[in-house]
Design a protein. Structure first.
Length: 211
């Protein structure tokens, strides 16, 4: 009979398993990864992961929640560095890009994958909500300062979609080799700021809300 594990031992192994799962899931896709492979990556018996997680889906949810929390923490740290809304927006954007490029496996799991039963994993729901709120906070600051105009939720999603698309192209090595990523990111931010700046043509539209 396996000995009882301390809280510290349980947490340590869970973190190691999540890290291994993050890499394997991102490289091969969750469907191609087995519990046996996850166990082998840590040099433990095939049944060991079941002492810590119910099944592979629970491990996937934990890996994605870990990614969202680390991502949100990086953006929150950047957000707190300045009270100036423009500097804060630039700092948060830089932190977003830095996290994606330094943690490509986590980034792919977070945003390029969904689980049909995500609501069954409260920690994943919490971490995802935290990340979304963190991503949109700097947009509200720009609105409050009168630097942008529009619906805060819509603006947050448009800025998010823009940076995500550019990051994914870079991660997939699909950008033309003669193009500089930093220049693209700067021009993209400028275009969005002008498009949603005071007096732009979008003013007066009804907020975009799903029925």
């Amino acid at each position: 009979m396996p000995r009882a594990l301390s809280k510290g031992e349980i947490e340590s192994f869970r973190c190691r398993l999540i890290a291994a799962a993050e890499q394997l899931f991102a490289e091969q896709g969750p469907g191609a990864v087995s519990m046996r492979q996850l166990a082998a990556a840590l040099g433990v018996s095939p049944m060991t992961p079941y002492r810590y997680f119910k099944d592979k889906e629970e491990i996937l949810a934990a890996a994605r929640a870990s990614g969202f929390d680390r991502f949100a923490e990086a953006l929150e740290t950047a957000f707190a560095q300045s009270e100036d809304p423009e500097i804060r927006a630039q700092t948060v954007g830089a932190a977003y890009i830095r996290f994606a490029f330094e943690n490509p496996a986590a980034y792919r799991l977070m945003f390029d994958l969904s689980q049909p039963n995500e609501a069954d994993y409260p920690d994943l729901v919490r971490a995802g909500d935290r990340a979304r709120k963190t991503m949109s906070a700097y947009c509200q600051g720009l609105l409050d300062a009168g630097l942008l105009e529009g619906d805060p939720l819509e603006l947050a999603h448009l800025f998010w979609a823009a940076i995500h698309g550019l990051v994914v192209l870079k991660l997939a090595d699909k950008l033309a080799p003669e193009l500089d990523f930093e220049r693209l990111w700067t021009d993209l931010g400028r275009a969005l700021s002008i498009g949603f700046g005071p007096g732009a043509a979008h003013i007066g539209r009804e907020p975009n809300r799903a029925a």
